[in-house]
Write a protein that binds this ligand. Structure first.
Ligand code: PGA
Length: 252
């Protein structure tokens, strides 16, 4: 069985007090599930605090939402992989569509970030996904393939097994417009095929592929029932512990 990962991407939300409330409520209701990992990505000033709160909770991990691709040095405003690690993170979200489209991150930069994250034994959550006009122009496959092909050739099979892929159609992020299960599954199947083409089917079958884009308590069960959907990367519905707990407790 593949590991399932339900991840909270808080983006630029939640102060220290909100974080404390969230973890208190989460841990009061949380029961670890076999093969299901929980990942929480607060904003970077709160990573260490979040790691302390999650300490001792079975299969609950912290992720950074981004990091830079250099060890250290004159990069004002950035955080390094060793800092992410030092704050107690196991994961790092890389290539989120907001990083690509608001901050101009390129496939090349994202590939460098993935590589250095792996060197520091961080698990990258590599986000890919097409814009609405790309979908409407029938270019989803082309876009997703080229985003993956910017990274995959640089990885060994062992490294690929440490990467989580998150398919997030940009038109479904924060819009309330979720991809249908069929639309999502179609791309997840394609992504697994591309991984299989690069590393063989055995590796591809072990890689966790999350879906992201308006995941909520009302649609999590249908999404998680699809054969190639192994988890969710969740923004809006991850901010309150109650709704996030419902996502973690998706029906198998
Ligand atoms: P959303 O965000 O759940 O609010 O659509 C998902 C994401 O950006 O990862």
């Amino acid at each position: 069985m593949r590991e399932k990962i339900i991840a909270a991407n808080w983006k630029m939300n939640h102060l220290a007090e909100d974080l404390k409330k969230f973890f208190t409520e989460l841990l009061a209701g949380y029961k670890a599930r076999e093969e299901v990992s929980v990942v929480i990505a607060p904003a970077s000033p709160y990573l260490a605090r979040a790691a302390e709160m999650a300490d001792g909770a079975e299969r609950v991990f912290i992720a950074a939402q981004n990091m830079y691709c250099e060890k250290s040095g004159a990069f004002t405003g950035e955080i390094s992989p060793s800092m992410v690690k030092d704050c107690g993170c196991r994961y790092v979200i890389l290539g989120h569509s907001e990083r690509r489209h608001i901050f101009g991150e390129t496939d090349e930069l994202i590939a460098r970030k993935v590589k250095i994250a792996l060197n520091y034994r961080l698990n990258p959550i590599l986000c890919i996904g097409e814009l609405l006009e790309e979908r409407e122009d029938g270019k989803t496959e082309e876009v997703v393939s080229s985003q993956l092909n910017a990274v995959l050739p640089q990885l060994s099979p062992e490294e690929m097994l440490s990467v989580v892929v998150a398919y997030e159609p940009v038109w479904a992020i924060g819009t309330g417009r979720t991809a249908t299960v069929e639309q999502a599954e179609e791309v997840h199947h394609l992504v697994r095929g591309i991984i299989g083409g690069a590393f063989g089917d055995e590796v591809a079958q072990r890689v966790t592929i999350q879906y992201g884009g308006s995941v909520k308590p009302e649609n999590i069960d249908q999404l998680m029932a699809a054969p190639d959907i192994d988890g969710a990367l969740v923004g809006g519905a991850s901010l309150a512990a109650e709704s996030f707990l419902r996502l973690i407790n998706f029906k198998q």
